[in-house]
Design a protein around this ligand. Structure first.
Ligand code: 13P
Length: 271
């Protein structure tokens, strides 16, 4: 596989926390803290993104654009449809027009609480790319899956299924950019992250799967994140693994100082 530098990516999934006023204070403080941190960490800093609730996005966009902040943002979900009679849904076109660069697809909370299927998620991945968004496709096994099938079978199957829509995507120019987030469901919100070795074992299988489905170049360029109880105290050991390029952070992304210090522990990584 080609040697490629992958810029580390630290993403904060706020879930249903922080309203639009709180989001402004948070992003402002985050950008200042990261700026200070960058004096210490120079060009090796991570790309940092937040995923606020939909109702915050316009406020975050306005702030980031006005103050030219070095923070990216994205939606926590998108509709598979472009527009129409889909009450409560949000189109990828709307996220794009708010300057979102990323969108989460298939978070385990969407899969379990909202019954999102692999087939639907493949359509959401395709919809994201169609609207110029980078999908962050979330995959991960439950504790029962782990016991029944071992660590990588379910995440690999979910990744394959999520990529199924790409082949037929008309009008997609160049190589699709996507991010894969490996989030073992048993580690989310549990305070007990996967060990770096466990996370690396699955991340390596996910990269092999990307190579099988999309080719070596896409596999080498695609960032694979680990998510599930990431904190400033465990990020460094996770990031030391060759196939882990960043983190999707839940609870710890709601504390500015903690989230900024998670970002500081990242580095440029390559295969
Ligand atoms: P925690 O970091 O709170 O475990 O959540 C992980 C997650 O679900 C991020 O999407």
């Amino acid at each position: 596989m080609a040697k490629v530098k992958r810029v580390p990516f630290i993403a904060g999934n706020w879930k249903m926390n922080l309203d639009h006023l709180q989001s402004i204070a948070f992003v402002q403080k985050l950008a200042w803290t990261l700026k200070d941190a960058n004096h210490d960490f120079g060009v090796d800093g991570a790309e940092v993104a937040v995923f606020p609730p939909f109702t915050d996005l316009r406020s975050v966009q306005t702030l980031v654009a006005a103050d030219k902040l070095d923070v990216r943002f994205g939606g926590q979900d998108l509709s598979e449809h472009d527009s129409g009679a889909y009450t409560g849904e949000i189109s990828g076109a709307f996220l794009s027009s708010l300057d979102c660069r990323y969108v989460l697809v298939g978070h385990s909370e969407r899969r379990t609480m909202h019954g999102e299927t692999d087939e639907q998620l493949a359509r959401k991945v395709a919809a994201a790319l169609k609207h110029g968004l980078v999908p962050v496709l979330c995959v991960g096994e439950t504790a029962d899956d782990l016991e029944a099938h071992g660590p990588s079978a379910v995440p690999v199957a979910q990744l394959k299924a999520g990529l199924a829509g790409l082949a037929g995507l008309a009008g997609l120019s160049g190589t699709p950019e996507l991010v894969v987030a490996y989030e073992p469901v048993w580690a989310i919100g549990s305070g007990k992250a996967a060990t770096p070795e466990q996370a690396e074992q699955v991340a390596a299988r996910l990269r092999e799967t990307l190579a099988e489905v999309l080719g070596d170049d896409v596999a080498a360029a695609t960032r694979i994140l680990y998510g599930g109880s990431v904190k400033s105290s465990n990020i460094a050991s996770l990031m030391r693994e060759p196939n882990i390029d960043g983190a999707l952070v839940g609870g710890a992304s709601l504390d500015v100082a903690e989230f900024a210090s998670i970002s500081r522990f990242s580095k440029h990584v390559g295969t």
